[in-house]
Ligand binder design. Structure first.
Ligand code: HAM
Length: 423
């Protein structure tokens, strides 16, 4: 036998048994976003490499080590590691945000060359939101309220908590960065080689270290919130009071800085302890300088993205109550002279009259016994049976596959009404 070819490590297939849950989660995401009046956008999966380097930042982990980059003739291209950069590029290119507000969302695959583990993959899927042209903290609050509604819809509210911080203006961060470096220089011995490198290039990232000894030391480090500029402080205070007013609980986490360089002011993450190490299900914040930085007319921005694999895992873990739609509701079996055409016609009539039901027609021949086995295996509730005498008499036999009750013979013209009442 020829050697089989396997999927790439960290890139998963979604099986026919997994896809109903994925569709259910994606459906909830779509309906909540529509509920708030957001519009869908779709961007390419491949963009020119400098877009990510400029937007996300050269010294971030994503750009410095996790991008899938290749040459296409003389142009360097990258599989998108996230959606914000591409969305801002598209918004500038098509003038979506010139003198205009936009509330946009997208969903699709992203690619990062990370070490795969539960909840962390090399191809993963995000649903993301980007809002342009609104500076007020009301919009930051709306995004958080929207995600909280989605968690209720998904039945995971009890298992996620909100972490919130403000990282202020660029200027404030520069001042804070200097203070943090001075502080950390006293503890250089505790830093790993990677952290020593970060101390020079991106010291704020040391704040979310996994190193326990360093974490303890960091409890006494200068706090970013103490370095905030007045405008950012006021923005953050207003956001917190809005969240208080609508009853959304949050924890202010002064160490939350996020891994991408474009943020300013508000940053937030929704985290869970139910998934092990990869517990961030959603992350986002403001990026008021990014549009201009990528060559557009200045326009503020704020957004978030959630990891769909992590949401699906969390729903599986904590929400056993969901009822997923079946793949098949009605299965049609038939045998004998003239029955094939009658079965095709009946199946099409049902699909037209009752499009919300899933009607499957047996296509692989065999006697009734074999066909009923398939019908049972399909999970259908109802089997419709057409034999030669049914064709002659314009009738159909219906059999409830779940209850096992006696089968009944119906006039062909009554079948649609019968099914309508049955489901
Ligand atoms: P991010 O924090 O890099 O932010 O990713 C957002 C979410 O994507 C994470 O919280 C996580 O749930 C999921 N995720 C990230 N990497 C992986 C992975 N390797 N495997 C599985 N899931 C993963 C962003 O991407 C920003 N663009 C979010 C944003 C939009 N900020 C403003 N607007």
């Amino acid at each position: 036998m020829a050697k089989t070819i396997q999927a790439i490590r960290g890139m998963n297939d979604c099986s026919p048994t997994e896809s109903p849950l994925w569709q259910w989660v994606e459906g909830k995401v779509r309906s909540v976003l529509q509920n708030y009046g957001y519009s869908e956008v779709r961007m390419p999966i491949v963009e020119s490499t400098p877009l990510f380097a400029r937007a996300i930042g050269e010294v971030t982990d994503v750009v410095s080590k996790e991008m899938y980059t290749f040459w296409d003739n003389d142009e360097q291209l990258t599989l998108r590691p996230e959606g914000t950069a591409g969305c801002v590029r598209a918004a500038i290119e098509h003038g979506w945000i010139y003198n205009n507000e936009q509330r946009l969302w997208y969903m699709g695959p992203m690619f990062r060359h990370e070490r795969p583990q539960k909840g962390r993959y090399r191809q993963f899927h995000q649903a993301g939101v980007e809002v342009f042209g609104i500076a007020n903290p009301e919009i930051d609050a709306e995004l958080i309220i929207l995600t909280a509604r989605l968690w209720r819809e998904l039945g995971i509210s009890e298992h996620v908590t909100l972490q919130l911080n403000s990282i202020g203006s660029l200027e404030a961060r520069k001042n804070y960065r200097s203070a943090l470096v001075v502080f950390l220089q006293q503890y250089v011995d505790l830093l790993s080689d990677e952290e020593k490198e970060r101390l020079e290039k991106n010291p704020l990232r040391i704040l979310d270290t996994k190193n326990q000894a360093l974490q303890e030391v960091l409890n006494d480090a200068p706090k970013l919130l103490d370095y905030l500029d007045d405008e950012s402080r006021e923005h953050f205070t207003q956001l917190c009071s809005l969240l208080d007013a609508v009853g959304i609980q949050y924890e202010i986490n002064p160490k939350l800085v996020r891994g991408l360089d474009y943020y300013n002011k508000t940053v937030f993450e929704w985290v869970t302890s139910a998934l092990g190490a990869q517990g961030t299900v959603c992350g986002g914040g403001r990026y008021d300088g990014l549009v201009e930085q990528l060559g557009g007319h200045a326009a503020c921005g704020v957004g978030f993205a959630m990891g769909l694999e992590r949401l699906v895992l969390l729903v599986q873990e904590v929400n056993a109550a969901i009822e997923l739609p079946k793949a098949v509701d009605i299965y049609l079996v038939y045998q004998g002279e003239g029955t094939t055409l009658a079965a095709f016609q009946l199946a099409e009539t049902i699909r037209t009259a009752l499009p919300h039901l899933r009607t499957m027609l047996h296509c692989s021949g065999g006697n009734f016994k074999k066909q009923f086995k398939r019908a049972d295996k399909s999970g259908a509730t109802l089997a419709l049976v057409i034999g030669e005498s049914e064709v002659q008499n314009q009738q159909v036999v219906v059999k409830d596959l779940l209850s096992g009750t006696e089968q009944q013979t119906l006039a062909l013209v009554d079948v649609v009404d019968y099914i309508k009442n049955h489901f």
